[in-house]
Ligand binder design. Structure first.
Ligand code: NAD
Length: 323
């Protein structure tokens, strides 16, 4: 097998590239470096700089490297930006995916793994979100992930490609400081950013119907997430006629925003109290995965806890932002 990892120089992609290489898989990365960092990649992983929306480039890369499987991570991922620029998000995340799937089918690729998101669910009022919980995304980003899943499954059926869609919950941490997330779009780096600016962390709403009144989420260490990709890739390899599979990737455990900020205070040594501000529109009180299907179908469960996520993310933050 030769795996093409699109977006492999990104935060999650670089972890996936490393985990798959360490496990002996042959991989190459296609990344336009719009957000990627080549130095994150192991030296022996070939990097093709270009767009996963460029059909000619995709055909050439698949033929030259004998690509037999694709792990597709390249996408735009900022919720607020997707609200402001929905056509761009549909063009890049859905249109780009259609181009990639066409090229993959033409090249005879038989396995396809797609980065989806818990954003496909929207805000369901359930204790644990299973893969059968109805999908009702509440922003264009989540819509493009759901449409992407539909497209992946339809193309898989039409062209005989086995597919897996992984719905990631809240990703945090780093397997090594140099692989850390350099963006400030998720809660852990957002709190680090506040502390670095000598400002108190912010909590948006503490009157939710949750044990401490703050929103509850399911955090997953990026190294565990990378191992889930490896497990999914192995399952696709062993079972090429498996059809399609859609799996939550989470820990199955809820952590409140206040609990997370407490851990960040302990790890960073900056325990200043958080400021409580008004609720943000669209935040669900609780979003926690059922992790049962991942265990059953992929033989994978998360091994790392929230403290390990925060400690590793903090080491990465200090490396990139001084301190
Ligand atoms: N980070 C999260 O919490 C999270 C949660 C759920 C799902 N996801 C999904 O995981 C995937 C990776 O996210 P990430 O956090 O690593 O983001 P990231 O921005 O760090 O990585 C995306 C990578 O894709 C590259 N890229 C973007 N468009 C491209 C294109 N057209 N052609 C080639 N390369 C392109 C970027 O340069 C970057 O290296 C995305 O699909 C995202 O939607 C992320």
């Amino acid at each position: 097998m030769t795996w093409l990892i699109t977006g492999g120089a990104g935060y999650i992609g670089a972890h996936v590239a490393r985990a798959m290489t360490d496990a002996g898989e042959r991989v190459l990365v296609l990344d336009d470096l719009s957000a990627g960092v080549p130095a994150r990649l192991p030296a022996d992983v070939p990097l093709v700089r270009g767009s996963a929306r460029d059909a000619d480039l995709l055909k050439r890369v698949c033929a030259e490297h004998g690509v037999t499987g694709v792990v597709h991570l390249a996408a735009r991922k900022q919720v607020a930006q997707s609200v402001a620029q929905p056509t761009r998000y549909y063009q890049e995340n859905v249109g780009g995916l259609a181009t990639l799937l066409e090229a993959a089918a033409e090249a005879g690729v038989e396995r396809f793994l797609f980065s989806s998101s818990a954003a496909v669910y929207g805000n369901p009022d359930v204790a644990l979100i299973t893969e059968d919980t109805p999908c009702a995304p509440v922003n264009p980003y989540g819509e493009t992930k759901l449409a992407g899943e539909w497209l992946v499954r339809a193309a898989g059926r039409a062209h005989g490609i086995s597919t897996v869609c992984l719905r990631y919950f809240n990703v945090a941490g780093a397997a090594a400081p140099e692989l850390a997330d350099t963006g400030v779009f998720n809660i852990v780096p957002m709190v680090f950013d506040r502390l670095t600016r000598d400002e108190a962390p912010r909590i948006f709403g503490d009157d939710y119907p949750t044990p401490d009144g703050t929103c509850v989420r399911d955090y997953i260490h990026v190294a565990d997430l990378a191992e889930a990709h490896l497990a999914a890739a192995r399952r696709l390899t062993e079972n090429a006629t498996a059809g399609d599979l859609t799996v939550n990737i989470g820990r199955g455990e809820g952590v409140s925003v206040r609990e997370l900020i407490t851990v960040i205070g302990e790890v960073s040594g900056d325990r200043r109290p958080a400021l409580v501000e008004a609720r943000r529109p669209g935040d669900a009180p609780r979003a926690v995965a059922s992790a049962a299907r991942a265990a059953e179908e992929l033989g994978w469960t998360a091994r790392r806890g929230v403290r390990e996520m925060v400690e590793s993310a903090w080491r990465g933050w200090l490396r990139h932002h001084g301190g």
